[in-house]
Design a protein around this ligand. Structure first.
Ligand SMILES: NC(=O)C1=CN([C@@H]2O[C@H](COP(=O)(O)OP(=O)(O)OC[C@H]3O[C@@H](n4cnc5c(N)ncnc54)[C@H](OP(=O)(O)O)[C@@H]3O)[C@@H](O)[C@H]2O)C=CC1
Ligand SMILES: CC(=O)[C@](C)(O)C(=O)O
Length: 329
């Protein structure tokens, strides 16, 4: 049964007198920390020695400590550093500073679900996962709105993990939009699948294939860029605002006919079969193992494939157009 929670279901008073340590000040860290602070909560920041984010965090009025010290001072420790470094940082700096009744918090379930972090039994472990990039978590909060979020409870030692998790979700603005209850397994597997097969991986593959098809057919790269990347945002905004119907209402009937007749040709049974294979690799731990080993090997594939795209005609054309035209603020 679907469980959705809103502001009315969450009580910020549960966090009153509690110190929240946000470990990391990046995409999610800066956003969640600033939102929590503006929600009236006691927030400190934990960063690695020599962190380039220290000054930025201090400029916002935060007390910044090294990771271990921040964890030692906190009642709630939220790990907002990259997934691939969380296990080592937890082992070195966090685990020894957790005391009975503390809460260990995540915004993605990777390290708990794949057994890279095994917390002690005498703490709460929960996840509040904004379904949005961090910078939008902050922007929407400042605009008086919120991004939807997910709440998962892995350990409820205190008997209050759900209530405290909802209070945390309210503190970052997610209960303004709605928070759906899930599990670490479901969030981890669906988030990894979404970012691989649809959001990041799927979309960039489709954009690159479309752009290359037009360029190889002899059309101007600039026109191909506008058709295959620039307008994508406009279409996705319409989908975001009101689903397929809203988008199809707004585009021409010509475009809609192309949408409903050509789309199925592209996403054929082979593509669906590959999507199922991607999900299986996530569920059976193969992706997690690959990602962990890739980082231990200092990211040879990550670096090479990222560099290949950075040097692509698509990126060069986009950079040129953004310099020549003024649609980007
Ligand atoms: N990005 C997003 O929008 C979303 C992320 N999440 C989850 O949120 C969590 C944080 O992700 P995200 O905000 O993207 O992370 P970022 O990559 O933005 O985190 C950067 C922060 O982590 C610190 N950091 C990097 N490496 C280390 C290290 N080896 N030791 C200690 N600190 C380190 C950086 O330090 P420095 O400042 O010195 O560079 C910086 O403060 C992850 O679990 C992610 O899956 C969930 C939903 C969306
Ligand atoms: C924004 C989000 O939730 C992603 C794409 O899964 C991520 O950045 O990890």
């Amino acid at each position: 049964m679907l469980e959705i929670y809103y502001d009315k279901d969450a009580n910020l008073d549960l966090l009153s007198g509690k110190t929240i340590a946000i470990i990391g000040y990046g995409s999610q860290g800066h956003a969640q920390a600033q939102n929590l602070k503006e929600s009236g909560l006691d927030v400190i920041i934990g960063l690695k020695e020599g962190s380039k984010s220290k000054t930025t965090a201090e400029d916002f009025g935060f007390e910044v400590y090294n990771t271990a010290e921040a964890a030692a001072r906190a009642d709630i420790v939220q790990l907002l550093i990259p997934d691939e470094v969380q296990s080592a940082v937890y082992k070195n700096d966090i685990e020894k500073n957790l005391v009975e009744g503390n809460a260990l918090v995540f915004s993605h379930g990777f390290n708990i679900h794949f057994g890279q972090i095994v917390p002690p039994e005498n703490v709460d472990v929960f996840m509040v996962a904004p379904k949005s990039p961090g910078h939008l978590v902050r922007r929407m909060y400042e605009e008086g709105r919120g991004v939807p979020g997910l709440l998962a409870i892995e350990q409820d030692y205190t008997g209050k993990a759900k209530e405290v998790g909802l209070a945390y979700a309210k503190g970052i603005g997610c209960t303004r939009a709605g928070v759906i209850k899930t599990t670490f397994k479901e969030e981890t597997e669906t988030d990894l699948f979404g970012e691989q097969a649809v959001l990041c991986g799927g979309t960039t593959a489709l954009v690159k294939a479309g752009f290359e098809t037009l360029v190889e057919a002899g059309y101007q790269p600039e026109i191909a860029y506008f058709e295959c990347l620039h307008e994508l945002k406009l279409i996705v905004d319409l989908l975001y605002e009101g689903g397929l119907g809203n988008m199809r209402y707004s585009v021409s009937d010509t475009a809609q006919y192309g949408d409903i007749t050509v789309g199925p040709r592209l996403i054929n049974d082979n593509v669906k079969a590959e999507m199922k294979s991607v999900l299986e690799d996530i569920q059976n731990g193969k992706f997690a193992r690959d990602w962990i080993l890739e980082n231990r090997a200092n990211r040879p594939l990550f670096n090479a494939l990222t560099k290949k795209d950075e040097d692509s005609l698509l990126e060069k054309v986009g950079k040129k157009l953004r310099g020549m035209m003024s649609w980007i603020k």
